[in-house]
Design a binder for this molecule. Structure first.
Ligand code: ADP
Length: 503
């Protein structure tokens, strides 16, 4: 099994390793400094004692000299006195040997002193005890040898003490440098450890952020590679599960949507024939007014009107269902704008007259042909004009205009009716949306007309928009592409689906 500790464990391990390293370095450093100090103090004490002993050796030799030459010239030196002084000297030598602690130079100096003292005793003191006076030259040479050796021992001891102090200083400095280097090393190790820890989290976290961004952007197939510390790996797994469930839901939603579209399509289709039949017969009845009494005629008229409304609604629903299923087709080809606009104007004219509204049509001169399905564009214009006619009051003014805007033709329907509020404008192209105002509610409608108009304009590769100031009227505009050289912009004259793909 792969070792993959949790974030908390990683931090704990990191801190423990760092703590252990710092502790080790500090303990070693402090221990070493303590040892250096102790050694230094021992050495200093020993060398002071050794200096003391070398002073004692000098005094012992002076005592030996005094014993070898008693103050009264006639009296011979006492062997016992000389032996006692020599024993003192010997004891001082023993103590000095103990204190020299195996130092070769000191031991050599000491041996030389002992040898000089022995030579002096044999050649100067002993002859004096026997009553023989040694030659002054011999005595002075041997005596100088002893005192010189003593002085050399004292000097070497002092030097050894100075050396010991220098050594202690050097060792203290080196140990301090080593400890500082050790601490810096431990901190560096900690830094590497923690940056490794952060790096181990960075990549999987980055993948999660990127994945979340893609998912939010709508790519439901996004999955992330699970990795990193346990907590982040768990997060990665949870993210993938969430994406799975979102994708499942979206698939299910699409399926239900498709079912709904199919249902609406089928039902609308099936309703169309009987409604057409009912409408046909009702119209036939109203045409035979003379054979009907007043009540029968009124009933026939209501049936004809209602079935006409129903037929429009079914056609609208059918268009929308087709649009959703990608089956709404248009047959765009180069169309002259003026006759198209004037035809719709003519058809709608009577409705405006009926309501006492002023209606004008204006088409810019020399407009190029538009790339459009004339029937569908007429449907859109008729819808916008019907709305203006429906929602604007009697005596209002309605204008239909066609102009060129860049590489497009703009169609605009404006009225000075009640208009729409800013919030209402955001929903005006939504399906089944109708304004809540009294004027709108008084007028019949389904809230489907503008949604279909938008689908049709989109299919043409155009765009539709609405502008309005509440109480001052509304303007609906849509643009369509100009036909290239009077020929269709698409080489394929076949219809286009909503997705814009040739079929
Ligand atoms: P319908 O007219 O059948 O209700 P539409 O989709 O054509 O459906 O219009 C949606 C809503 O937009 C209408 O119910 C109405 O509230 C508002 N509307 C559309 N055209 C106008 C207009 N010219 N002036 C004021 N309100 C309008």
């Amino acid at each position: 099994m792969r070792f993959n500790p949790s974030l908390a464990s990683r931090l704990r391990i990191g801190f423990l390793v760092l703590f252990a390293l710092l502790l080790l370095v500090s303990l070693l450093g402090v221990g070493r400094l303590f040892q250096v100090r102790v050694n230094y103090e021992d050495d200093i004490t020993r060398f002071f004692q050794l200096e003391l002993e070398s002073e004692r050796l000098r005094s012992a030799f002076i005592l030996e000299q005094a014993a070898a030459r008693p103050p009264t010239g006639q009296k011979l030196p006492s062997q016992t006195e000389i032996n006692r002084a020599a024993a003192n000297f010997g004891q001082a030598v023993d103590r000095a040997q103990d204190l020299s602690g195996g130092d070769a130079t000191l031991n050599a100096e000491l041996s030389q002193l002992v040898a000089a003292e022995s030579a002096w005793r044999a050649k100067v003191a002993q002859p004096l005890v026997g009553g023989t006076i040694p030659s002054p030259a011999v005595e002075s040479r041997l005596t100088r040898q002893v005192t010189d050796s003593g002085a050399a021992l004292a000097t070497t001891t002092r030097n050894a003490r100075d050396d010991s102090r220098d050594d202690a200083r050097t060792e203290t400095r080196n140990t301090t440098i080593l400890v500082a280097a050790g601490l810096a090393g431990a901190l560096l190790a900690a830094l590497i450890l923690f940056s490794g820890l952060i790096n181990s989290m960075r990549a999987p976290l980055g993948r999660l952020v990127e994945g979340a961004r893609r998912l939010a952007g709508g790519d439901l197939r996004t999955r992330v590679e699970v990795g990193g510390p346990v907590e982040i790996a768990t997060l990665g797994r949870a993210f993938n599960e969430m994406a799975n469930s979102l994708e499942r839901d979206a698939r299910e939603r699409d399926r239900v949507e498709r079912m709904k579209d199919d249902f609406v399509l089928t039902v609308s289709h099936e309703l169309r024939t009987p409604v057409t039949v009912v409408k046909g017969f009702a119209e036939m009845l109203t045409a035979q007014r003379q054979s009907l009494n007043a009540r029968q005629y009124e009933a026939a008229e209501v049936i004809a009107e209602s079935s006409a409304q129903l037929q429009k609604m079914i056609n609208d629903l059918l268009d929308l269902a087709r649009s959703d299923a990608g089956k709404l087709r248009i047959e765009p080809k180069p169309e002259a704008v003026r006759p198209l606009v004037q035809r719709v104007g003519r058809q709608m004219g009577p409705h405006f007259e009926e309501k006492g509204q002023r209606f004008s049509v204006s088409v810019e001169k020399d407009l190029p042909e538009v790339e459009a399905d004339a029937d569908r564009v007429s449907q859109v214009l008729a819808n916008l004009l019907t709305n203006a006619n429906k929602y604007a009051p009697e005596g209002a003014e309605v204008k239909l205009a066609a102009t060129r805007v860049g590489e497009e033709i703009e169609f605009a329907v404006s009225d000075n009716g009640p208009g729409l509020g800013e919030e209402e404008l955001d929903h005006v192209f939504d399906r089944f949306w109708r304004a809540q105002s009294g004027e709108t509610q008084e007028v019949g409608g389904t809230g489907l007309g503008l949604a279909i108009a938008k689908s049709l304009v989109d299919l043409h590769g155009g765009a539709i928009s609405a502008n309005s100031t509440q109480g001052e009227g509304a303007t609906f505009r849509f643009v369509l592409p100009i036909a290239k050289d009077g020929r269709p912009t698409r080489t394929d004259t076949a219809s286009r689906t909503r997705a814009g793909a040739p079929t």
